[in-house]
Design a binder for this molecule. Structure first.
Ligand code: ATP
Ligand code: MG
Length: 456
């Protein structure tokens, strides 16, 4: 069962202990005594409600509330004011507090207000997510990222959504190709019409042909009734041909004709069907290689590739990783009713350096697993499987020989220093364990450290 988290900011020790004792029965409580500690808490975790004194030893509660709003914009705040300061209470409400309590207050009064604020916050959040979900179908809000590489893609997507041109989306597996295809459709003038998806890699040739173009009764053994194909179902809308690179040569010819004339014949008949369909295709294969190897038709490639979108790998936009981590953390906390508050600095750092062969999907799956297994609190280094800590020697920074060349010995030295630094950090300076992690003898590590005394 999810327990709401409340941050109490109060310097009066007697109030601190009464509030803590009373509220902890039902909530997760964190009590701090001043503004700077409050900011630290807010910076590292999530809260559902703030209960704060107005007069704090290192500043005003009202200013603190403004600062917190930048980090947690929707969290409700209840302020506690000393007796007789009605003006401050009004000011607090004007600056966005949910409500106020005038000291001394009864515990019944407190409980009533806390319940009301939490209920209100929950409704607001639900309302927010409800609208997000509706909007997400039509907007780019659910595609996370602000790295230059992904912003280029967003810009392109926005521009081409309005047109009817064929789009070819290329990118590694799990980079977000399908998400982008959906964004194009739902932002296009065809958004009210169907978006039909076909995975061309998942079906054998004959089945795929009838899936795409339909068949008439008796077209093949087992075809007891006629069936409309996906192209017909997508009429006036968009068809998303996923893994188009896996299509057989014969079907490639048939697809080429649809691209040229928007016409095709269902299996088993010579009757031509005319449609008006926008085509978005995607593949994780490098189609230029497939062309050279004659696995993909050149004419079809040029017809499909009217507007090419290449989705960068996650490693190429590692700046997006912290955003994606928070996005999926919120998603899985919500879906799984868990209360994981965040990732430690070391974890975020390790994940930013990891290579992510499975791209965003791999990151999404990892966060889901971590949220379920951890349940609450912060994700720490020990919660993360070891592979995420290995330094990736293929990451672009470390293995890119600059055109002017580089000092080999110095580069190797830098890599060695970095690995030793990380090993010591992860083992809290324990040389035995650090040597174990690096598969070195302890004496070898100690020897190296002596030589590098100036650095470590
Ligand atoms: N920029 C992003 N922001 C938020 N979620 C993303 C982003 N990119 C991908 N995802 C999520 O990652 C998962 C994989 O995305 P998607 O299915 O679109 O990738 P794909 O390139 O089609 O993968 P595959 O090649 O394996 O079919 C989905 O759950 C998707 O919602
Ligand atoms: Mg896909």
């Amino acid at each position: 069962m999810y327990r709401c988290r409340i941050l109490v900011v109060e310097d009066d020790v007697s109030y601190q202990s009464v509030l803590e004792r009373f509220l902890k029965k039902e909530f997760n409580i964190k009590v701090v005594g001043d503004c700077s500690q409050a900011m630290k808490q807010v910076g590292s975790g999530h809260f559902d409600l703030l209960l704060m004194d107005i007069k704090l030893p290192d500043g005003s509660g009202l200013d603190l509330m403004d600062k917190i709003r930048h980090i947690l914009p929707s969290v409700p705040v209840i302020v506690m004011t000393g007796g007789g300061s009605a003006e401050t209470a009004i000011q607090a409400i004007q600056r966005g507090a949910f409500h106020y309590l005038t000291k001394p207050f009864s515990l019944t009064e407190l409980k009533h207000l806390v319940d009301k604020a939490i209920h209100h916050h929950r409704l607001e959040k639900e309302n927010y997510w409800y609208h997000q979900e509706l909007k997400s179908k039509y907007q780019f809000d659910n595609i996370i990222g602000n790295s230059p590489a992904i912003l280029e893609v967003f810009k392109l997507v926005e521009k081409i959504a309005q047109s009817d041109s064929t789009v070819l989306i290329q990118g590694g597996s799990g980079t977000g190709k399908e998400l982008i295809a959906k964004a194009i459709h739902y932002n296009s003038p065809r958004s009210e019409k169907p978006l039909v998806t076909v995975n061309c890699g998942a079906l054998p040739e004959e089945l795929l042909e009838s899936e795409l173009f339909g068949h008439v009764k008796g077209a093949f053994t087992g075809a007891h009734v006629s069936r409309q194909g996906r192209f017909e179902l997508a009429d006036q809308g968009t068809i998303f041909l996923d893994e188009v690179g896996d299509m057989s040569p014969r079907l490639q010819v048939k697809l080429l004709r649809v691209l040229q004339e928007q016409k095709f014949e269902p299996v088993g008949t010579s009757q031509t069907i005319q449609v008006n369909v926008r085509i978005i295709a995607a593949t994780h294969q490098d189609l230029e290689v497939a062309l050279k190897e004659k696995r993909f038709r050149e004419d079809l490639y040029y017809r499909l590739n009217v507007i090419p979108i290449v989705v960068p790998t996650l490693a190429r936009r590692s700046g997006d990783i912290p955003l994606l981590l928070v996005h999926f953390l919120e998603k899985f906390n919500r879906e799984q009713k868990k209360n994981v508050t965040g990732f430690s600095k070391e974890v975020t750092q390790a994940l930013c350096q990891y290579e992510w062969p499975g791209n965003v999907r791999e990151l999404e799956n990892l966060v889901e697993r971590l949220v379920i297994l951890k349940g609450e609190g912060e994700i720490l280094s020990r919660d993360l499987p070891d592979k995420y800590f290995s330094v990736s020697l293929t990451s672009q920074q470390s293995l890119c020989l600059p055109p002017e060349g580089m000092d080999f010995n110095q580069t190797m030295e830098t890599i060695e220093n970095e690995l030793i630094r990380q090993a010591l950090m992860r083992t809290a300076g324990n040389k035995n364990k650090a040597a174990g992690l690096l598969r070195l003898k302890r004496t070898t590590l100690v020897e190296k450290l002596k030589r590098k005394k100036a650095i470590f």
